[in-house]
Design a protein around this ligand. Structure first.
Ligand code: ATP
Ligand code: MG
Length: 526
Protein backbone atom coordinates (compact mmCIF):
# COMPACT_ATOMS: atom_id res chain seq x y z
CA UNK A 1 0.00 0.00 0.00
CA UNK A 2 1.21 3.50 -0.81
CA UNK A 3 2.22 5.58 2.19
CA UNK A 4 1.23 9.23 2.38
CA UNK A 5 4.90 10.10 1.94
CA UNK A 6 5.00 8.12 -1.34
CA UNK A 7 1.86 9.90 -2.46
CA UNK A 8 3.35 13.31 -1.67
CA UNK A 9 6.37 12.67 -3.87
CA UNK A 10 4.28 11.10 -6.64
CA UNK A 11 1.96 14.09 -6.59
CA UNK A 12 4.78 16.62 -6.74
CA UNK A 13 6.43 14.76 -9.59
CA UNK A 14 3.44 14.86 -11.91
CA UNK A 15 2.68 18.61 -11.52
CA UNK A 16 2.41 20.51 -14.82
CA UNK A 17 4.60 23.34 -13.50
CA UNK A 18 7.15 24.12 -10.81
CA UNK A 19 5.14 24.65 -7.60
CA UNK A 20 5.56 27.89 -5.65
CA UNK A 21 7.32 27.24 -2.36
CA UNK A 22 4.15 27.78 -0.28
CA UNK A 23 2.34 25.26 -2.50
CA UNK A 24 5.06 22.69 -1.84
CA UNK A 25 4.88 23.37 1.92
CA UNK A 26 1.08 23.04 1.85
CA UNK A 27 1.22 19.80 -0.15
CA UNK A 28 3.68 18.23 2.32
CA UNK A 29 1.63 19.55 5.21
CA UNK A 30 -1.52 17.93 3.80
CA UNK A 31 0.12 14.54 3.30
CA UNK A 32 1.74 14.55 6.74
CA UNK A 33 -1.20 15.87 8.77
CA UNK A 34 -3.47 13.45 10.61
CA UNK A 35 -6.74 15.32 10.21
CA UNK A 36 -6.09 17.91 7.55
CA UNK A 37 -4.79 21.38 6.76
CA UNK A 38 -6.03 24.96 6.62
CA UNK A 39 -4.44 26.82 3.69
CA UNK A 40 -4.68 30.62 3.65
CA UNK A 41 -3.04 32.41 0.71
CA UNK A 42 -4.05 35.38 -1.44
CA UNK A 43 -6.31 35.13 -4.48
CA UNK A 44 -4.81 33.69 -7.65
CA UNK A 45 -1.99 31.88 -5.81
CA UNK A 46 -2.79 28.42 -7.11
CA UNK A 47 -4.61 26.97 -4.12
CA UNK A 48 -6.48 24.57 -6.42
CA UNK A 49 -3.21 22.77 -7.03
CA UNK A 50 -3.01 22.10 -3.29
CA UNK A 51 -6.67 21.03 -3.14
CA UNK A 52 -6.05 18.53 -5.90
CA UNK A 53 -3.46 16.79 -3.69
CA UNK A 54 -6.39 15.69 -1.51
CA UNK A 55 -8.21 14.33 -4.55
CA UNK A 56 -5.05 12.61 -5.78
CA UNK A 57 -4.77 10.77 -2.49
CA UNK A 58 -8.38 9.58 -2.70
CA UNK A 59 -8.09 8.39 -6.29
CA UNK A 60 -4.73 6.63 -5.80
CA UNK A 61 -5.99 4.78 -2.74
CA UNK A 62 -9.29 3.76 -4.33
CA UNK A 63 -11.31 6.00 -2.01
CA UNK A 64 -13.71 8.90 -2.42
CA UNK A 65 -13.50 12.66 -2.01
CA UNK A 66 -15.76 15.70 -1.94
CA UNK A 67 -14.79 19.16 -3.17
CA UNK A 68 -17.21 21.83 -1.99
CA UNK A 69 -17.61 25.46 -3.06
CA UNK A 70 -20.19 28.10 -2.14
CA UNK A 71 -21.10 29.12 -5.70
CA UNK A 72 -22.69 27.31 -8.64
CA UNK A 73 -20.44 28.95 -11.26
CA UNK A 74 -17.36 28.05 -9.22
CA UNK A 75 -18.55 24.46 -8.74
CA UNK A 76 -19.00 24.16 -12.51
CA UNK A 77 -15.57 25.63 -13.17
CA UNK A 78 -13.87 23.32 -10.65
CA UNK A 79 -15.75 20.34 -12.14
CA UNK A 80 -14.30 21.06 -15.60
CA UNK A 81 -10.82 21.76 -14.18
CA UNK A 82 -10.78 18.57 -12.09
CA UNK A 83 -12.02 16.51 -15.06
CA UNK A 84 -9.02 17.77 -17.04
CA UNK A 85 -6.71 17.00 -14.10
CA UNK A 86 -8.07 13.45 -13.80
CA UNK A 87 -7.42 12.88 -17.49
CA UNK A 88 -3.86 14.14 -16.99
CA UNK A 89 -3.50 11.59 -14.19
CA UNK A 90 -4.60 8.89 -16.64
CA UNK A 91 -8.19 8.43 -15.41
CA UNK A 92 -11.46 8.84 -17.27
CA UNK A 93 -13.24 12.15 -16.74
CA UNK A 94 -16.19 10.11 -15.45
CA UNK A 95 -14.27 9.69 -12.20
CA UNK A 96 -15.54 13.18 -11.38
CA UNK A 97 -19.16 14.08 -10.71
CA UNK A 98 -20.99 17.36 -10.16
CA UNK A 99 -23.99 18.10 -7.98
CA UNK A 100 -25.52 21.54 -7.59
CA UNK A 101 -29.09 22.66 -7.00
CA UNK A 102 -29.74 22.58 -10.73
CA UNK A 103 -27.39 20.02 -12.26
CA UNK A 104 -26.21 16.45 -11.58
CA UNK A 105 -23.48 14.71 -13.58
CA UNK A 106 -21.95 11.30 -12.68
CA UNK A 107 -23.37 11.42 -9.14
CA UNK A 108 -21.75 8.08 -8.27
CA UNK A 109 -18.23 9.16 -9.25
CA UNK A 110 -15.52 8.80 -6.58
CA UNK A 111 -14.76 12.51 -6.71
CA UNK A 112 -17.77 14.76 -6.32
CA UNK A 113 -17.62 18.49 -6.85
CA UNK A 114 -20.61 19.94 -5.06
CA UNK A 115 -22.15 23.09 -3.67
CA UNK A 116 -21.47 23.04 0.09
CA UNK A 117 -25.13 22.48 1.04
CA UNK A 118 -25.14 19.15 -0.84
CA UNK A 119 -22.44 17.67 1.41
CA UNK A 120 -24.10 19.11 4.52
CA UNK A 121 -27.45 17.53 3.57
CA UNK A 122 -25.76 14.20 2.89
CA UNK A 123 -24.07 14.28 6.26
CA UNK A 124 -27.40 14.95 7.91
CA UNK A 125 -29.15 12.18 5.95
CA UNK A 126 -26.28 9.79 6.52
CA UNK A 127 -26.38 10.21 10.27
CA UNK A 128 -30.19 10.13 10.36
CA UNK A 129 -30.12 6.94 8.23
CA UNK A 130 -27.79 5.33 10.75
CA UNK A 131 -30.08 6.13 13.68
CA UNK A 132 -33.12 4.81 11.88
CA UNK A 133 -31.13 1.64 11.32
CA UNK A 134 -32.08 1.70 7.66
CA UNK A 135 -31.94 -1.75 6.11
CA UNK A 136 -31.14 -0.32 2.67
CA UNK A 137 -28.60 2.39 3.25
CA UNK A 138 -27.97 4.71 0.36
CA UNK A 139 -24.36 4.06 -0.64
CA UNK A 140 -23.75 7.51 -2.00
CA UNK A 141 -24.39 8.92 1.47
CA UNK A 142 -22.06 6.50 3.13
CA UNK A 143 -18.88 8.19 4.30
CA UNK A 144 -16.89 5.07 5.20
CA UNK A 145 -14.89 5.28 1.95
CA UNK A 146 -14.46 9.04 1.94
CA UNK A 147 -10.89 10.08 2.74
CA UNK A 148 -10.91 13.74 1.82
CA UNK A 149 -13.21 16.72 2.00
CA UNK A 150 -11.91 19.91 0.40
CA UNK A 151 -13.83 23.02 1.42
CA UNK A 152 -12.84 25.76 -1.00
CA UNK A 153 -13.65 29.40 -0.20
CA UNK A 154 -13.85 28.36 3.43
CA UNK A 155 -14.31 31.94 4.70
CA UNK A 156 -18.01 31.32 3.93
CA UNK A 157 -17.97 29.87 7.45
CA UNK A 158 -18.50 33.47 8.58
CA UNK A 159 -21.40 34.21 6.22
CA UNK A 160 -24.39 35.51 8.18
CA UNK A 161 -26.92 33.37 6.31
CA UNK A 162 -25.08 30.27 5.05
CA UNK A 163 -22.08 30.07 7.39
CA UNK A 164 -23.79 27.42 9.50
CA UNK A 165 -23.42 24.95 6.63
CA UNK A 166 -19.62 25.09 6.90
CA UNK A 167 -19.60 25.14 10.69
CA UNK A 168 -21.87 22.13 11.13
CA UNK A 169 -20.31 20.19 8.28
CA UNK A 170 -17.18 20.24 10.42
CA UNK A 171 -19.19 18.97 13.40
CA UNK A 172 -20.83 16.18 11.41
CA UNK A 173 -17.88 14.89 9.38
CA UNK A 174 -16.69 11.52 10.64
CA UNK A 175 -13.28 11.78 12.29
CA UNK A 176 -11.52 9.59 9.67
CA UNK A 177 -12.33 12.09 6.88
CA UNK A 178 -9.41 14.47 6.49
CA UNK A 179 -10.31 18.06 5.65
CA UNK A 180 -8.53 20.56 3.46
CA UNK A 181 -9.90 24.04 4.17
CA UNK A 182 -8.91 26.70 1.68
CA UNK A 183 -9.35 30.45 1.55
CA UNK A 184 -7.73 33.71 0.53
CA UNK A 185 -9.51 35.71 3.18
CA UNK A 186 -9.16 34.45 6.75
CA UNK A 187 -8.23 37.13 9.26
CA UNK A 188 -7.67 34.82 12.27
CA UNK A 189 -6.19 31.55 10.99
CA UNK A 190 -4.31 30.67 14.22
CA UNK A 191 -7.33 31.38 16.40
CA UNK A 192 -9.52 29.33 14.07
CA UNK A 193 -7.23 26.30 14.06
CA UNK A 194 -7.05 26.44 17.88
CA UNK A 195 -10.85 26.70 18.14
CA UNK A 196 -11.28 23.75 15.80
CA UNK A 197 -8.88 21.67 17.88
CA UNK A 198 -10.33 22.61 21.27
CA UNK A 199 -14.04 22.72 20.43
CA UNK A 200 -14.59 20.33 17.55
CA UNK A 201 -11.69 18.00 18.22
CA UNK A 202 -10.19 18.35 14.75
CA UNK A 203 -6.44 18.97 14.58
CA UNK A 204 -5.46 20.82 11.43
CA UNK A 205 -2.03 22.01 10.34
CA UNK A 206 -1.87 25.59 9.11
CA UNK A 207 -0.09 26.94 6.03
CA UNK A 208 -0.24 30.67 5.37
CA UNK A 209 1.23 32.93 2.69
CA UNK A 210 0.69 36.64 2.09
CA UNK A 211 2.40 37.29 -1.25
CA UNK A 212 0.27 37.71 -4.41
CA UNK A 213 2.16 36.77 -7.58
CA UNK A 214 0.19 39.08 -9.89
CA UNK A 215 0.12 42.55 -8.29
CA UNK A 216 -3.06 44.61 -8.31
CA UNK A 217 -3.27 48.34 -9.06
CA UNK A 218 -6.11 50.17 -7.30
CA UNK A 219 -7.60 53.31 -8.81
CA UNK A 220 -10.38 55.61 -7.65
CA UNK A 221 -12.32 57.16 -10.56
CA UNK A 222 -13.83 60.41 -9.35
CA UNK A 223 -14.24 62.23 -12.65
CA UNK A 224 -15.73 59.72 -15.09
CA UNK A 225 -19.22 58.33 -15.35
CA UNK A 226 -19.41 54.54 -15.55
CA UNK A 227 -20.17 54.34 -19.29
CA UNK A 228 -17.27 56.71 -20.06
CA UNK A 229 -14.88 54.71 -17.90
CA UNK A 230 -15.86 51.41 -19.50
CA UNK A 231 -15.46 52.85 -22.98
CA UNK A 232 -11.99 54.19 -22.09
CA UNK A 233 -10.97 50.77 -20.80
CA UNK A 234 -11.58 49.15 -24.20
CA UNK A 235 -9.30 51.55 -26.08
CA UNK A 236 -5.85 50.78 -27.43
CA UNK A 237 -3.91 47.70 -28.41
CA UNK A 238 -4.38 44.29 -26.82
CA UNK A 239 -1.62 45.15 -24.30
CA UNK A 240 -2.98 48.62 -23.51
CA UNK A 241 -6.60 47.64 -23.04
CA UNK A 242 -7.89 47.16 -19.51
CA UNK A 243 -10.44 44.60 -20.67
CA UNK A 244 -11.83 41.96 -20.36
CA UNK A 245 -13.30 43.22 -17.12
CA UNK A 246 -15.84 42.08 -14.57
CA UNK A 247 -18.19 44.82 -13.42
CA UNK A 248 -19.62 43.95 -9.99
CA UNK A 249 -23.07 45.25 -9.00
CA UNK A 250 -24.86 44.26 -5.82
CA UNK A 251 -28.30 44.18 -7.33
CA UNK A 252 -29.74 42.30 -10.33
CA UNK A 253 -31.64 45.30 -11.73
CA UNK A 254 -28.49 47.34 -11.53
CA UNK A 255 -26.76 44.69 -13.67
CA UNK A 256 -29.37 45.11 -16.41
CA UNK A 257 -29.18 48.93 -16.19
CA UNK A 258 -25.42 48.97 -16.59
CA UNK A 259 -25.47 46.39 -19.39
CA UNK A 260 -28.12 48.32 -21.32
CA UNK A 261 -26.28 51.61 -20.86
CA UNK A 262 -23.10 50.34 -22.48
CA UNK A 263 -24.33 47.97 -25.14
CA UNK A 264 -24.59 50.67 -27.83
CA UNK A 265 -20.87 51.51 -27.51
CA UNK A 266 -18.00 50.15 -29.52
CA UNK A 267 -16.83 47.39 -27.23
CA UNK A 268 -15.58 44.50 -29.35
CA UNK A 269 -13.97 44.22 -32.78
CA UNK A 270 -16.03 43.18 -35.84
CA UNK A 271 -14.02 39.90 -35.93
CA UNK A 272 -14.93 39.10 -32.33
CA UNK A 273 -18.53 40.02 -33.07
CA UNK A 274 -18.62 37.54 -35.97
CA UNK A 275 -17.28 34.73 -33.81
CA UNK A 276 -19.74 35.51 -31.00
CA UNK A 277 -22.68 35.63 -33.44
CA UNK A 278 -21.72 32.24 -34.86
CA UNK A 279 -21.42 30.67 -31.40
CA UNK A 280 -24.79 32.10 -30.39
CA UNK A 281 -26.45 30.96 -33.64
CA UNK A 282 -25.01 27.47 -33.27
CA UNK A 283 -26.41 27.30 -29.75
CA UNK A 284 -29.78 28.24 -31.23
CA UNK A 285 -32.08 28.32 -28.24
CA UNK A 286 -32.48 31.94 -27.13
CA UNK A 287 -36.22 32.20 -26.67
CA UNK A 288 -36.60 31.37 -22.98
CA UNK A 289 -36.76 33.99 -20.22
CA UNK A 290 -34.33 36.81 -20.74
CA UNK A 291 -32.70 34.88 -23.65
CA UNK A 292 -33.38 37.44 -26.43
CA UNK A 293 -32.11 40.31 -24.25
CA UNK A 294 -28.96 38.41 -23.23
CA UNK A 295 -28.25 37.45 -26.84
CA UNK A 296 -28.42 41.10 -27.95
CA UNK A 297 -25.99 42.09 -25.21
CA UNK A 298 -23.55 39.27 -25.96
CA UNK A 299 -23.34 40.19 -29.66
CA UNK A 300 -22.18 43.62 -28.49
CA UNK A 301 -19.51 42.20 -26.19
CA UNK A 302 -21.43 42.51 -22.94
CA UNK A 303 -22.21 39.55 -20.71
CA UNK A 304 -24.57 39.49 -17.77
CA UNK A 305 -24.41 37.04 -14.87
CA UNK A 306 -26.62 36.83 -11.81
CA UNK A 307 -28.67 34.22 -9.98
CA UNK A 308 -31.89 35.21 -11.78
CA UNK A 309 -30.52 34.17 -15.18
CA UNK A 310 -31.15 30.65 -16.44
CA UNK A 311 -28.12 28.42 -15.72
CA UNK A 312 -27.70 27.48 -19.40
CA UNK A 313 -27.37 31.16 -20.37
CA UNK A 314 -25.02 31.83 -17.45
CA UNK A 315 -22.79 29.02 -18.70
CA UNK A 316 -22.58 30.56 -22.18
CA UNK A 317 -21.68 33.93 -20.68
CA UNK A 318 -18.88 32.26 -18.67
CA UNK A 319 -17.66 30.38 -21.76
CA UNK A 320 -17.55 33.51 -23.98
CA UNK A 321 -15.77 35.50 -21.26
CA UNK A 322 -13.28 32.65 -20.82
CA UNK A 323 -12.54 32.84 -24.56
CA UNK A 324 -11.97 36.62 -24.26
CA UNK A 325 -14.88 37.28 -26.62
CA UNK A 326 -16.60 39.72 -24.27
CA UNK A 327 -15.19 43.03 -23.07
CA UNK A 328 -17.36 43.15 -19.97
CA UNK A 329 -19.40 40.87 -17.84
CA UNK A 330 -21.79 42.70 -15.55
CA UNK A 331 -22.32 40.45 -12.58
CA UNK A 332 -23.43 40.14 -8.99
CA UNK A 333 -21.45 38.16 -6.44
CA UNK A 334 -22.23 34.96 -8.40
CA UNK A 335 -18.71 35.44 -9.81
CA UNK A 336 -17.11 36.95 -6.73
CA UNK A 337 -15.12 34.09 -5.21
CA UNK A 338 -12.64 31.60 -6.58
CA UNK A 339 -13.56 32.03 -10.25
CA UNK A 340 -10.54 31.98 -12.51
CA UNK A 341 -11.42 34.05 -15.58
CA UNK A 342 -9.19 36.15 -17.86
CA UNK A 343 -10.36 39.40 -16.22
CA UNK A 344 -7.64 42.04 -16.50
CA UNK A 345 -9.75 44.41 -14.43
CA UNK A 346 -12.52 44.53 -11.92
CA UNK A 347 -14.83 47.55 -11.84
CA UNK A 348 -16.97 48.55 -8.86
CA UNK A 349 -19.64 51.11 -9.81
CA UNK A 350 -20.41 51.29 -6.07
CA UNK A 351 -18.80 49.97 -2.90
CA UNK A 352 -22.02 50.04 -0.89
CA UNK A 353 -24.34 47.09 -0.60
CA UNK A 354 -27.83 46.63 0.81
CA UNK A 355 -31.40 47.85 0.51
CA UNK A 356 -31.96 51.45 -0.57
CA UNK A 357 -31.41 53.72 2.43
CA UNK A 358 -29.70 50.94 4.44
CA UNK A 359 -26.62 50.41 2.31
CA UNK A 360 -23.33 49.63 4.02
CA UNK A 361 -19.73 49.48 2.90
CA UNK A 362 -19.02 45.96 1.59
CA UNK A 363 -17.23 43.67 4.02
CA UNK A 364 -13.51 43.43 3.74
CA UNK A 365 -13.40 39.72 2.84
CA UNK A 366 -16.02 40.14 0.09
CA UNK A 367 -14.09 43.13 -1.22
CA UNK A 368 -10.81 41.16 -1.33
CA UNK A 369 -12.51 38.28 -3.10
CA UNK A 370 -13.95 40.65 -5.70
CA UNK A 371 -10.61 42.47 -6.18
CA UNK A 372 -8.92 39.08 -6.56
CA UNK A 373 -10.87 38.21 -9.71
CA UNK A 374 -8.54 40.62 -11.60
CA UNK A 375 -5.03 39.70 -12.72
CA UNK A 376 -4.85 35.92 -12.76
CA UNK A 377 -1.48 34.19 -13.30
CA UNK A 378 -1.97 32.47 -16.64
CA UNK A 379 -3.54 35.53 -18.29
CA UNK A 380 -1.87 38.70 -17.00
CA UNK A 381 1.15 40.07 -15.16
CA UNK A 382 -0.86 42.85 -13.48
CA UNK A 383 -4.50 43.31 -12.52
CA UNK A 384 -6.53 46.53 -12.06
CA UNK A 385 -9.28 47.41 -9.62
CA UNK A 386 -11.38 50.50 -10.32
CA UNK A 387 -13.98 51.97 -7.98
CA UNK A 388 -16.16 54.76 -9.28
CA UNK A 389 -17.61 57.70 -7.41
CA UNK A 390 -21.40 58.13 -7.34
CA UNK A 391 -22.53 59.92 -10.53
CA UNK A 392 -23.70 62.93 -8.47
CA UNK A 393 -20.19 63.27 -7.03
CA UNK A 394 -18.72 63.04 -10.55
CA UNK A 395 -21.01 65.86 -11.66
CA UNK A 396 -20.04 67.91 -8.61
CA UNK A 397 -16.32 67.28 -9.24
CA UNK A 398 -16.66 68.31 -12.88
CA UNK A 399 -18.60 71.43 -11.96
CA UNK A 400 -15.92 72.34 -9.43
CA UNK A 401 -13.14 72.09 -12.00
CA UNK A 402 -15.00 74.55 -14.25
CA UNK A 403 -15.97 76.83 -11.38
CA UNK A 404 -12.40 77.00 -10.06
CA UNK A 405 -11.12 77.99 -13.48
CA UNK A 406 -12.56 81.48 -12.87
CA UNK A 407 -10.43 83.13 -10.15
CA UNK A 408 -12.32 84.14 -6.99
CA UNK A 409 -10.90 87.67 -7.12
CA UNK A 410 -11.47 88.34 -10.82
CA UNK A 411 -12.38 91.98 -11.58
CA UNK A 412 -13.84 91.10 -15.00
CA UNK A 413 -17.60 91.76 -14.70
CA UNK A 414 -18.47 89.12 -17.33
CA UNK A 415 -16.48 86.46 -15.52
CA UNK A 416 -17.93 87.53 -12.16
CA UNK A 417 -21.44 87.22 -13.58
CA UNK A 418 -20.60 83.80 -15.03
CA UNK A 419 -19.19 82.60 -11.73
CA UNK A 420 -22.30 83.78 -9.90
CA UNK A 421 -24.55 82.00 -12.41
CA UNK A 422 -22.52 78.83 -12.12
CA UNK A 423 -22.71 78.94 -8.33
CA UNK A 424 -26.51 79.06 -8.53
CA UNK A 425 -26.52 75.96 -10.73
CA UNK A 426 -24.03 74.03 -8.61
CA UNK A 427 -24.98 70.31 -8.51
CA UNK A 428 -25.50 68.97 -4.99
CA UNK A 429 -25.78 65.62 -3.27
CA UNK A 430 -29.36 64.37 -2.89
CA UNK A 431 -30.84 63.52 0.50
CA UNK A 432 -32.40 60.38 -0.97
CA UNK A 433 -29.05 58.89 -2.04
CA UNK A 434 -26.21 57.23 -0.15
CA UNK A 435 -22.66 58.12 -1.12
CA UNK A 436 -19.22 56.61 -0.71
CA UNK A 437 -15.72 58.07 -0.85
CA UNK A 438 -12.20 57.49 -2.14
CA UNK A 439 -11.09 57.11 1.49
CA UNK A 440 -13.50 54.24 2.06
CA UNK A 441 -12.17 52.53 -1.06
CA UNK A 442 -8.60 53.01 0.17
CA UNK A 443 -9.59 51.57 3.52
CA UNK A 444 -11.05 48.48 1.83
CA UNK A 445 -7.83 48.03 -0.10
CA UNK A 446 -5.74 48.13 3.08
CA UNK A 447 -8.07 46.31 5.46
CA UNK A 448 -7.16 42.81 6.65
CA UNK A 449 -9.69 40.11 5.77
CA UNK A 450 -12.54 39.55 8.24
CA UNK A 451 -12.10 37.08 11.07
CA UNK A 452 -13.88 33.75 10.92
CA UNK A 453 -16.69 33.56 13.46
CA UNK A 454 -19.83 31.48 13.96
CA UNK A 455 -22.97 33.28 12.81
CA UNK A 456 -26.70 32.80 13.25
CA UNK A 457 -28.71 30.40 15.40
CA UNK A 458 -28.73 26.61 15.08
CA UNK A 459 -31.28 25.81 12.34
CA UNK A 460 -34.42 23.77 13.06
CA UNK A 461 -33.42 20.95 10.71
CA UNK A 462 -30.09 20.49 12.43
CA UNK A 463 -31.79 20.64 15.78
CA UNK A 464 -34.27 17.93 14.79
CA UNK A 465 -31.44 15.87 13.36
CA UNK A 466 -29.25 16.01 16.46
CA UNK A 467 -32.23 15.21 18.66
CA UNK A 468 -33.01 12.22 16.45
CA UNK A 469 -29.47 10.96 17.12
CA UNK A 470 -29.48 11.69 20.77
CA UNK A 471 -32.60 12.71 22.67
CA UNK A 472 -30.41 14.13 25.41
CA UNK A 473 -30.36 17.88 24.83
CA UNK A 474 -26.92 18.13 26.47
CA UNK A 475 -25.17 17.50 23.13
CA UNK A 476 -27.01 20.43 21.63
CA UNK A 477 -26.27 22.66 24.58
CA UNK A 478 -22.62 21.70 24.31
CA UNK A 479 -22.52 22.61 20.62
CA UNK A 480 -24.29 25.90 21.34
CA UNK A 481 -21.72 26.64 24.03
CA UNK A 482 -18.72 25.93 21.82
CA UNK A 483 -19.35 28.18 18.88
CA UNK A 484 -16.72 30.60 17.65
CA UNK A 485 -18.32 33.77 18.99
CA UNK A 486 -18.17 36.07 22.00
CA UNK A 487 -19.55 34.90 25.38
CA UNK A 488 -22.42 37.35 25.05
CA UNK A 489 -23.51 35.85 21.73
CA UNK A 490 -23.03 32.33 23.02
CA UNK A 491 -25.44 33.14 25.86
CA UNK A 492 -27.93 34.67 23.39
CA UNK A 493 -27.65 31.54 21.23
CA UNK A 494 -28.24 29.28 24.22
CA UNK A 495 -31.33 31.30 25.14
CA UNK A 496 -32.66 30.97 21.60
CA UNK A 497 -31.90 27.23 21.65
CA UNK A 498 -33.88 26.83 24.87
CA UNK A 499 -36.82 28.62 23.25
CA UNK A 500 -36.65 26.26 20.28
CA UNK A 501 -36.47 23.21 22.53
CA UNK A 502 -39.51 24.43 24.47
CA UNK A 503 -41.41 24.86 21.18
CA UNK A 504 -40.55 21.27 20.23
CA UNK A 505 -41.54 20.08 23.70
CA UNK A 506 -44.88 21.91 23.59
CA UNK A 507 -45.61 20.42 20.16
CA UNK A 508 -45.00 16.96 21.62
CA UNK A 509 -41.87 16.19 19.56
CA UNK A 510 -39.53 15.89 22.52
CA UNK A 511 -39.76 15.59 26.26
CA UNK A 512 -37.62 17.97 28.25
CA UNK A 513 -36.39 16.73 31.61
CA UNK A 514 -35.68 18.87 34.65
CA UNK A 515 -32.48 18.29 36.60
CA UNK A 516 -34.44 16.35 39.24
CA UNK A 517 -35.64 13.99 36.50
CA UNK A 518 -39.20 15.33 36.28
CA UNK A 519 -40.70 16.20 32.91
CA UNK A 520 -40.62 19.92 32.24
CA UNK A 521 -44.01 21.64 31.91
CA UNK A 522 -44.49 24.90 30.07
CA UNK A 523 -46.22 27.63 32.12
CA UNK A 524 -48.81 27.96 29.27
CA UNK A 525 -49.93 24.34 29.36
CA UNK A 526 -49.89 24.11 33.10
N1 ATP B 1 3.07 27.10 -9.46
C1 ATP B 1 2.38 27.73 -10.40
N2 ATP B 1 3.01 28.36 -11.42
C2 ATP B 1 2.30 28.99 -12.39
N3 ATP B 1 0.96 29.07 -12.44
C3 ATP B 1 0.29 28.49 -11.45
C4 ATP B 1 0.95 27.79 -10.39
N4 ATP B 1 0.01 27.30 -9.55
C5 ATP B 1 -1.18 27.66 -10.07
N5 ATP B 1 -1.01 28.36 -11.21
C6 ATP B 1 -2.10 28.92 -12.04
O1 ATP B 1 -2.67 30.01 -11.34
C7 ATP B 1 -4.04 30.16 -11.72
C8 ATP B 1 -4.87 30.50 -10.51
O2 ATP B 1 -4.94 29.39 -9.67
P1 ATP B 1 -6.15 29.10 -8.67
O3 ATP B 1 -7.46 29.35 -9.31
O4 ATP B 1 -5.88 27.78 -8.10
O5 ATP B 1 -5.90 30.24 -7.60
P2 ATP B 1 -6.52 30.37 -6.14
O6 ATP B 1 -5.38 30.55 -5.21
O7 ATP B 1 -7.43 29.26 -5.88
O8 ATP B 1 -7.29 31.75 -6.24
P3 ATP B 1 -8.68 32.19 -5.53
O9 ATP B 1 -8.35 32.53 -4.11
O10 ATP B 1 -9.09 33.38 -6.31
O11 ATP B 1 -9.60 31.03 -5.64
C9 ATP B 1 -4.45 28.86 -12.39
O12 ATP B 1 -4.68 29.09 -13.75
C10 ATP B 1 -3.26 27.97 -12.21
O13 ATP B 1 -3.07 27.14 -13.32
MG1 MG C 1 -9.45 29.06 -5.62
Amino acid sequence: MLSREDLAFMYLEQLPFEPYSFQETAIFSWFSSEQGTLVCAPTGMGKTLIAEAGLYEAIKTGKKAYYTTPLIALTEQKYREIQATLERWGYSKYYVGLITGNRRENPDAPILVVVAEILFNRLLSNAAGKTLNSSAPNDSFNFDDVTTVVMDEFHQFADAERGMVWEFTLHLLPKHVRTLLISATVGNAYEFVAWLRDHIGRHLSLVESTERKVPLTFQWIGDQLLTEQLELMCRGSEEERLTPALVFCFDRNECWNVADQIRGRDLISPEQQKIVTKILDDYGCWKEGAGPHIRQLLIRGVGIHHAGILPKYRRIVEELFQQKLLSFCICTETLAAGINLPARSVVLPSILKGKPGEKKLIESSSAHQIFGRAGRPQFDTRGYVFALAHEDDVKIARWKVKYDQIPEDTKDPVLRAMKKKMKKKAPVRRTTEQYWTADQFQRLEQMAPDKLASKGVIPWRLLAHILSLDSDTDTLRKIAGRRLMSDKWIKEGQKKLDEMLITLHNAGFIELQLENGETWKSPDNG
